[in-house]
Design a protein around this ligand. Structure first.
Ligand code: GLU
Length: 483
């Protein structure tokens, strides 16, 4: 049997972290087994589905490296298939027309509540006579289509993550609606609903394994009955744990992020997010291994090693993983990722002329980056000809000998068109001797005169960068004037 799995997002919002993680598990399973990964867009909710969300979901999956083998298929283009299946169920007597009005359904629920019963449809129109149907039609009522669910039916499946699952038909809320009321009477019935469409698609697409969030467990029980009614084999199910916040509640908008775009804007790399999502619920055979590509994870992936318990989202872990990727990224790959950050902060960059300089700057700050967005703060001191003198910098400039250091450094700077690392080092040693100061005083003063503070990245590298841009001289001049 060739494995066929799918990710079936509804385009009612941007690519959600939960959907992306479900996509990761499906992708890993498909790649591990040499199977096929399919993208199906469940866009039957016409009011809430938008093409821009479909676009966002596809580009988000691609950004994460979750390439699909078939699709995208769109449910709105498959309505005929659903209609055929509904007609088949009607013809077999497994589905029927229910003419209840919303007021009647509401009264039913109120009465159940008053009797301390769980709200459900009481199957009252299951066996209408042709005369009763005619009478409802004569009243101008329209019918939904309901699928029979026998209360005494027990539904059992071996969930690949959760083990044996047992549901009672009576817990499924009564006969379920599979099609809305028709817009035009001659249509016979209206829009097919979610559970029916999913099952028809999964049958047509020969899906062998349905791997999806545990919030679909009740749907699975209903869907198994639909597979049977449509005469089809039931696929294998695996329900993945929810992603939880630190309080153990489902990760939501209130936690500040939901969509993959949010993570992207926060400066995370796709490799890091994909890596972290593997760990959100799955434990590799070597549980100490935390950094791996999707392809590496796929080699070792199995549904057995997916946990049942909810997966707590750990920002520190994600940050750590992201920093590992950032620190090991070749400069040539890092620079294009940092340029939008620098540009976004309004730093003056000339893409044509500054290539080598930006590469040196990226190399200098790379070890301090946790997220791409950190590039702004980490390189703030290195952009521009103006010195932003801070309190600690001003204090250092007041130290005895500091001014002499800056004056000598300025003269040196002006007479040295192209500074090398060795020359810069030599100059610091020379000043230390000549001015009879401690090396620490020389270095701290130079740092304050070049960058306005005594904190920051490597002094020699910073000096070189500022010198290359012609910013060392004006800054030192300003420092001498202010100090
Ligand atoms: N469209 C459903 C969702 O976005 C997924 C359905 C499924 O995987 O069966 O939650």
């Amino acid at each position: 049997m060739t494995v066929r799995v799918r990710i079936a997002p509804s385009p009612t919002g941007n690519l959600h972290i939960g959907t992306a993680r479900t996509a990761v598990f499906n992708w890993l399973f498909a790649r591990h087994t040499g199977g096929t990964f399919i993208l199906r867009v469940e866009d039957t909710d016409l009011e809430r589905s938008k093409p821009e969300y479909t676009e966002n979901i596809q580009s988000g999956l691609q950004w994460l490296g979750l390439n699909w083998d078939e699709g995208p298929f769109f449910q709105t283009q498959r309505l005929d298939h659903y209609r055929q299946a509904i007609q088949q169920l009607l013809d077999q007597g497994l589905a029927y027309r229910c003419y209840c009005t919303s007021e009647e359904l509401e009264q039913m629920r109120e009465a159940q509540k008053a009797n301390n019963q769980a709200p459900r449809y009481d199957n009252r129109h299951r066996n209408l006579s042709p005369e009763q149907e005619a009478a409802f039609l004569a009243e101008g009522r329209q019918a939904v289509i309901r699928f029979r669910i026998d209360d005494d039916r027990q539904i059992v499946w071996q969930d690949q993550i959760r083990g044996q699952m047992v549901w009672q038909g009576s817990d499924l809320g009564g006969d379920m609606v599979i099609a809305r009321t028709p817009e035009k009477a001659e249509d016979g019935f209206g829009q097919p609903l979610y559970n029916l469409a999913v099952v028809v698609d999964d049958i047509d697409m020969a899906i062998t394994h349905v791997i999806r969030g545990e919030d679909h467990i009740a749907n699975t029980a209903k869907q198994i009955l639909l597979y049977e009614a449509l005469g089809s084999a039931v696929p294998t199910f695996a329900h993945t744990p929810l992603i939880l916040n630190q309080e153990g509640k489902k990760l939501s908008k209130r936690d500040g992020v939901t969509s993959i775009d949010d993570f992207r804007a926060m400066g995370f790399l796709p490799q890091a997010i994909a890596n972290y999502m593997c760990l959100l619920g799955w434990t590799p055979p070597d549980s100490t291994q935390e950094i791996f590509t999707l392809a590496e994870a796929a080699e070792q992936f199995s549904l057995e090693r997916v946990n049942k318990a909810g997966a707590k989202f750990d920002w520190q872990k994600l940050d750590w993983i992201n920093s590992q990727y950032l620190h090991s990224l070749p400069t040539a790959e890092l620079v294009p990722l940092l340029i939008p950050q620098w540009q976004g902060a309004g730093y003056a960059i000339d893409l044509e002329k500054d290539g080598a300089w930006l590469a040196s700057l990226a190399g200098l700050i790379a070890p301090s980056l946790t997220r791409l967005t950190d590039a702004v703060a980490e390189s703030k001191l290195l952009f521009g000809d103006r010195l932003d003198l801070q309190e600690d910098g001003a204090k250092q400039l007041a130290v005895e000998g500091a001014k002499a250091v800056l004056e000598a450094a300025l003269a040196f700077s002006q007479s040295t068109p192209e500074l090398t690392l060795d020359e810069a080092k030599g100059e610091i040693n020379r000043l230390t001797k000549e001015l009879g100061l401690k090396k620490g005083v020389v270095m701290k003063s130079l740092r304050a005169g070049l960058m306005g503070t005594v904190q920051g990245p490597d002094l020699l590298q910073s000096w070189l960068l500022l010198h290359q841009k012609g910013w060392a001289t004006p800054r030192l001049t300003q420092a001498i004037a202010q100090g």
